[in-house]
Design a protein around this ligand. Structure first.
Ligand SMILES: NC(=O)c1ccc[n+]([C@@H]2O[C@H](COP(=O)([O-])OP(=O)(O)OC[C@H]3O[C@@H](n4cnc5c(N)ncnc54)[C@H](OP(=O)(O)O)[C@@H]3O)[C@@H](O)[C@H]2O)c1
Length: 114
């Protein structure tokens, strides 16, 4: 799963906040780090994505959240913080594509006039 690295292809996090899943956003480690850095839990998650090399386009209809979601470039998580966050991974997927859907993505074309 790391073949993309040698081709300088970046991964985009699909549903970077797990659709706003509270059981994810309210994991204790995010609350602890939010307190440590004076940020929100969601900002900690988004910063983790950035430091993991993921491209993120979080969805939000809330202007305060949209502002917060840009305000993640004035602090850094330590290696220890990153390791603690890695422990949250329980293998839960928020998106699963069938092989037919994946094949359809490969056929997508850009529409330059749009
Ligand atoms: N390319 C495609 O065709 C395509 C199609 C579908 C999905 N996607 C992927 O899905 C992404 C967005 O999907 P999504 O919106 O369902 O998932 P998401 O970004 O993981 O989560 C959005 C949810 O998180 C909440 N949220 C956002 N910022 C927050 C904050 N700072 N604090 C607390 N809650 C916050 C939002 O609520 P509020 O509105 O209340 O802030 C919303 O309920 C896209 O950007 C893309 O990555 C792509």
């Amino acid at each position: 799963m790391k073949a993309h690295l040698s081709a300088d292809i970046k991964l985009m996090a699909w549903y970077p906040l797990g659709h706003g899943d509270k059981s994810l956003i309210e994991q204790p480690i995010f609350g602890e780090l939010a307190k440590k850095y004076g940020k929100t839990n969601a900002q900690i998650i988004l910063r983790w994505h950035i430091q993991s090399g993921n491209i993120i386009i979080p969805g939000s209809k809330n202007p305060d959240h949209i502002r917060d979601n840009f305000d993640i470039f004035d602090f850094s998580l330590t290696d220890e913080d990153m390791s603690e966050i890695a422990k949250v991974d329980k293998g839960v997927r928020y998106y699963t594509a069938t092989s037919e859907i994946i094949a359809s993505y490969a056929k997508m074309e850009l529409q330059p006039d749009l």
